[in-house]
Design a protein around this ligand. Structure first.
Ligand code: ADP
Ligand code: ADP
Length: 233
C-alpha cells in the first residue's frame, strides 16, 4: 500500500570546501491515493526532496523505495525510465512548448512511451476534454490564459497514468480565483484515486490537501492530517 517509502534520506551538496546538508534525515511514507502538501521556508529542502521523489536526483544517504523498487542508487538512464513511467510533473511556470498546440504538448510524453500518432492524439484529446479544454486543442500556450495553460500542464502530467503527480507551486503564477480553480481540478484528480504531492508556501492552498508535511533545515518538522480540508467542489 505504501507507494513511497523514504528512510533516513540525506542529500548533501559539496561546493569547494563547503558542505551543505540540504536534507539531513528525512523519513516519510506515502500511501497510494494520498494528497500531501509539502511546506516550509525557503531553503528548508523542499525542492531537494521533490527532486529525489521525482527521480530527478538521488540521495547521498538513506533509502527511497518507489512503488516497490529501490531507486536510491540508480543510474541516470534507469532513473529516467522510472521517472517517465511513474511521475507526472506540474510546475509553477507551466513548462509548455511555446510553439506547440495544447494537443501536441499533452501528447508529448506518449512519444517517449512509444505510442503511435493516432493513439497519442486520441488520448491527448480525451485528456484535454477531461480538464475542460476540449475547445482549446489547437491553441498554442500564448493563446491561452494562465489557468488554461496550467490545465494543459495537468493533462500532460496525467497522460501516462503516473503513480504520482508532483506539483511544485502550481498556483504560484496564478491569481486567487484561478488558483482556486486549479486546486479544484487537483481535488477532482485526487478523488479519481491519484496520489498528489504538492509544494506550496501558501497556507490557503495547502488546506486543499489531506495531509500537511512541514520541513525546516533539512528535516521534517511536522507531519499531520489536515483537519480543515478546504474543498471547493
Ligand atoms: P526555491 O526556494 O524557490 O525552491 P531554489 O531551489 O531555486 O529556490 O533555490 C534555493 C536556494 O538554493 C537558493 O539559495 C539558491 O541559491 C540555492 N541553489 C539552488 N541551486 C543551486 C546550485 N546549483 N548551486 C548552488 N546553490 C543553489
Ligand atoms: P527549498 O526548496 O525549501 O527552498 P532547497 O531544497 O532548494 O530548499 O534548498 C535546501 C538547501 O540546499 C539550501 O541551503 C540550498 O541553498 C541548498 N541547495 C539546493 N540545491 C543546491 C545545489 N544544487 N547546490 C548546492 N546547494 C544547493
Amino acid at each position: 500500500q505504501s507507494l513511497i517509502i523514504v528512510k533516513d534520506l540525506g542529500r548533501k551538496y559539496v561546493i569547494g570546501s563547503e558542505v551543505i546538508h540540504a536534507l539531513k534525515s528525512v523519513s516519510l511514507e506515502i500511501n497510494k491515493g494520498e494528497f500531501v502538501a509539502l511546506m516550509g521556508p525557503s531553503g528548508s529542502g523542499k525542492s531537494t526532496l521533490m527532486n529525489i521523489l521525482g527521480c530527478l536526483d538521488t540521495p547521498t544517504k538513506g533509502l527511497y523505495i518507489l512503488n516497490g523498487t529501490d531507486v536510491s542508487h540508480m543510474t541516470d538512464n534507469a532513473l529516467a525510465e522510472v521517472r517517465n513511467q511513474e511521475i507526472g510533473f506540474v510546475f509553477q511556470t507551466f513548462n509548455l512548448l511555446p510553439r506547440s498546440t495544447s494537443l501536441d504538448n499533452v501528447a508529448l510524453p506518449l512519444i517517449y512511451a512509444g505510442v503511435n500518432k493516432k493513439d497519442r492524439d486520441l488520448r491527448a484529446k480525451t485528456a484535454l476534454e477531461n480538464v475542460g479544454l476540449g475547445n482549446r486543442m489547437d491553441h498554442k500556450p500564448n493563446e491561452l490564459s494562465g489557468g488554461q495553460r496550467q490545465r494543459v500542464a495537468v493533462a500532460r502530467a496525467l497522460i501516462n497514468n503516473p503513480s504520482i503527480i508532483l506539483a511544485d507551486e502550481p498556483t504560484g503564477n496564478l491569481d486567487t480565483k484561478t488558483s482556486v480553480e486549479i486546486m479544484g481540478l487537483l481535488e477532482e484528480i485526487h478523488k479519481k484515486g491519484n496520489t498528489i504531492i504538492l509544494v506550496t508556501h501558501e497556507e490557503d492552498i495547502a488546506l486543499h490537501a489531506h495531509r500537511i508535511v512541514r520541513m525546516r533545515d533539512g528535516l521534517i518538522e511536522s507531519d499531520q492530517p489536515n483537519e480543515n480540508i478546504k474543498s471547493v467542489s
